[in-house]
Design a protein around this ligand. Structure first.
Ligand SMILES: O=C(O)CCC(=O)C(=O)O
Length: 278
């Protein structure tokens, strides 16, 4: 593997590894996305069972849509296989070592024509809670996004502000979920940042993007006729984090067992399936 992505990641706060997975492999992943989307659409509202969470949204153009699924790997072997693939470990080990846990395991959709599927500019550090569970997140945590569909500005590409990972914690997004906020230049200007410097990530299916927990990023609406499916997995050096599922030990994949505490604080108090009205 060409190691140039490592320098790019350290310098700019993000990088892309091209063609990590083959077209045939991604076709299988895409079919898994379709399966889970169909399952999500059977739910009248957002739905949780332990760490598995279907986030149902309302779109101005399309009506009810599935925005994301968190931790599909507990229930879908294909989703599980990709996050545990040794190529993932190979890409990440030079940055965070061979012993990793996982915090994020998430499927994102932006169906064609969807309007309300933006992510306002933010830094992922805002989601790493409780903060005291994470040590040195700037160097110990890496977020990845595997392109399932071609990923372009017109279908709502991930949009990054290169070098912003050096700026520290900026509290850039306002209160409320960033997935209910529009990606606006005003948020950059308010921080004296130049909107002309943003980069829309252009990815082919099978390309893996990666970004730093302090990198400012967001994504816009899907104005195209193509879907924009993205598989997001966030990995952390195991000894730097008190949360998360073990993923690689010494570079070897770890199977999931009984769910452990990741984000869902009521995992042990309310483990039964339930709707979440929001
Ligand atoms: O799916 C997207 O475009 C947004 C991803 C993102 O911003 C995130 O996961 O933090």
């Amino acid at each position: 593997m060409d190691k140039a992505y490592l320098d790019h990641y350290r310098e700019h706060g993000y990088a892309v590894v091209r063609g990590l997975f083959s077209t045939q492999e991604i076709a299988e992943l895409s079919a898994a996305f379709d399966r889970l989307y169909a399952e999500g659409m059977t739910h009248r509202a957002s739905y949780r069972h332990q760490n598995v969470f279907f986030r149902i949204g309302q779109d101005a153009n399309l009506g009810r849509i599935v925005r994301m699924v968190q931790w599909p790997s507990y229930v879908d072997p294909v989703m599980n296989r990709f996050r545990l693939d040794r190529r993932m470990a190979e890409v990440l080990t030079p940055l965070i070592g061979p012993d990793m846990k996982q915090i994020i395991n998430q499927m994102h959709w932006k169906p064609p024509g969807a309007e309300n599927v933006e992510f306002g500019y933010h830094q992922d550090i805002r989601f790493r809670r409780p903060r005291e569970a994470y040590r040195d997140p700037g160097t110990a945590y890496v977020q990845t996004g595997l392109a399932v569909d071609p990923h372009r500005a017109d279908n709502g590409a991930m949009t990054v502000y290169p070098g912003s990972h050096r700026l520290g914690d900026l509290s850039i997004a306002g209160p409320g979920p960033v997935m209910n906020q529009a990606m606006s230049d005003d948020d950059l200007v308010a921080l004296n940042l130049d909107p002309a410097k943003i980069v829309h990530l252009t990815l082919e299916p099978g390309d893996l993007a990666m970004w730093n927990v302090f990198l400012i990023h967001g994504s816009g609406p899907n104005r195209s006729t193509d879907d924009r499916k993205l598989y997001i997995n966030g990995y952390v050096s195991a000894d730097k984090c008190d949360r998360g599922e073990w993923t690689f030990r010494g570079g070897e994949p770890c199977d999931l067992g009984e769910p452990v505490l990741v984000h869902y604080e009521d995992l042990h108090e309310r483990p039964e399936p339930h709707y979440v009205d929001d």
